[in-house]
Design a binder for this molecule. Sequence first.
Ligand code: PEP
Length: 246
Amino acid sequence: MGRRKLVVGNWKMNGMRSHLAEVEAIGRIAAERPVVEVGLCVPATLIMAAAERKGGAFIGAQDCHMNASGAHTGCLSAQMLAEAGAEYIIVGHSERREAQGESDADVAAKAAAARAAGLKVILCVGESLDVRDAGNAEAVVSAQLLASLPEGAAADWLAIAYEPIWAIGTGRIPTMEAVASMHAALRAALASRIGADEAQKMRILYGGSMSGDNAADLMAIADVDGGLVGGASLTAEKFAPVIAAA
Ligand code: PEP
């Protein structure tokens, strides 16, 4: 199928200058494994310094404002993040959808703003435990994906991250069958919007308690094209086996 695996660390609100040695070490591991695209989405305060130490990895951001500039105290535009050295950006992470009340339309607007600034985008979707238990996960997440997808979505600048909310930071993951079924459903939803050929090219990552213990099994699933990794990306020691598994 020819989709290059994409493994991205999401450092969330973690990381000080003292952690730049981990960026350097992860950059070295990435350089040794060019078959996999490896990146780190660090706090905005570290983007510039991390970009100078990225080695074979790319540096990304974790959010942006949907406008290019203006009276938005405390916010950062995609242009600012790109100028600081970000190449990718995460939009629509469930922590922001929940805590900042970001809607699907907000996420689509942020993705479009990021694209306009030349950033590549990782767009997150995922269901709550209630939705999973009610048996509606695939329908709900497919609808969320279609409502969050920006105009002109294409595989050369957009990847999807399926992150069940209940799996993030909990050590729990869905069954391999559930992951396979969800990723197939999301690819079918993409095909309905952007066409089957483009949908086949688009990478769909799994995220939620991915670690060295489960990464090989998860990434062996046909429609799983990599991972968005939180806790296990914070050190080179923990991230190395995930990168090796891809
Ligand atoms: C995340 O928040 O994107 C994530 C996947 O976190 P963790 O790997 O820690 O579950």
